[in-house]
Design a protein around this ligand. Sequence first.
Ligand code: FE2
Ligand code: FE2
Length: 251
Amino acid sequence: METRISEIADGIFRLSTFVPDIAPPAGFTFNQFLVMGDEPLMFHTGLRKMFPLNRDALRRLMPPERLRWIAFGHYEADECGAMNEWLAIAPDARVAHGRTGCMVSLNDMADRAPRVLEDGEVIDLGGGKRVRYLDTPHTPHGWDAGVVYEESTGTLMCGDLFTQLGDGPALTEGDVVTPAIAAEDLFNYSSLNPAKGTTIRALAKLAPSTLALMHCPSFAGDGGTALRALADDYDRRTDDRRRALAEARAA
Ligand SMILES: [Fe+2]
Ligand SMILES: [Fe+2]
């Protein structure tokens, strides 16, 4: 396995590892995003067992010891499995996540106390980079779920939203919604809930020009429209599930 590096927006780098053995024959991709700044932030730590691969990849961009912030979408192995390995090699680094995630997992699981981020709170990374944390409970999954928006580049780091199979380009202007719908059909990975469409549509209001996605190419273009299309599909799924439940009760 190799980790490839691409700059997907000004000062935002995608570290991408393709694993052909997951969901074969298409395979599956794991991406982390480094936001450069005076205080560099990495979104996703990668799996704990992939830490040596990701550490060596990061070293091609900057000394890993300089890392200051570790953020991610929710508490799960590919999102944050290697957080303590990163904390061990970067003495000034700190995990930053929403209040729920800190309360239910990170206050215990992180080797150093995490910074608790309120919904909408900004970390100024210096060098013109500012990242805003947004709570998205249960979206795509996890009570503690959230996303991070880098304001200067209009880049929304969406985590598992838009997950798709395979190994695509680092950045695409093509359709990221249709493959995401197909992956949801296959994996059923999202927590369907009545608020899901509304939660995703609230992100669309940011009108991001880049979507940094964890398990597929990043997207350059009208991120708001892509998010609204994804929200519509989740509303459809929720309505279908409700209807099926009503029919089962009536039977
Ligand atoms: Fe996940
Ligand atoms: Fe993930």
